[in-house]
Design a binder for this molecule. Sequence first.
Ligand code: ZN
Length: 260
Amino acid sequence: MSLQAVEKGRAPMDETERQGRIDLAAMFRIAVRYNWHEGIANHFSLAVSADGKRFLMNPQGMHWSRIRASDLLLLDADGSDDVIGQGAGKADPTAWHIHSKIHAGSPKARCVLHTHMFYATTLACLKGYRLQMIDQNAMRFHDRVAYDETFNGMALDDGEGRRIGGTIEDGKSVVFMANHGVAVIGESVAQAFDENYYLERACKLQVLALSTGQPLHVVSDEVAAMTSAQWQRDDTRDSAVDHFNEMKAILDRDEPDYKV
Ligand SMILES: [Zn+2]
């Protein structure tokens, strides 16, 4: 199957979806390179309609190192978990419940990355822990992290998606999911990738710092807020695109089949 193929009776593909498929497929391959994946589990999604309700997501049971643009499922957050366009296979039930509720309720959440990446998840499993403002990477996330303290087993209903969606509406872009993992939300795949990268770096440093048993040297709220604002300047947005494009260039060199 190729990206050009449009199957009979299914939604035709526009340019937003075509490019979205390539970017999201790249995101899965990049995530494998950073060891953010867990077996064949976890899930990313990308909205491809203006209202955010049509979105792409990975098929259940496919290892991220093999995902291609044409494998991604086109889904409708207002509908069932039936694939409405091109895609290989079906949606994982927990993924459907989480991502459909986020996209249905939060048009601003264009790209949603859910992982159990080691260091962020480690911190999400510490009782009452809050990301500490001890280095520049952590300060990037000053006042942008939400904490969902409720773990009710695996997400087999809409509750988890609703809770995560609610935190995004409050202006947060990262959700620490207690006893579970993290969700990172961005305006584009590039921005979500860059956020995810720096989040895991910040969390790794924090786990290492805690492991020394020494007191953390936390900066003032004012310094953390100022540093966060420096991260948010427009040139930082460009650097997210540069970062993502560099990673795609590496994929183009080593594993160009992600685009197919
Ligand atoms: Zn999970």
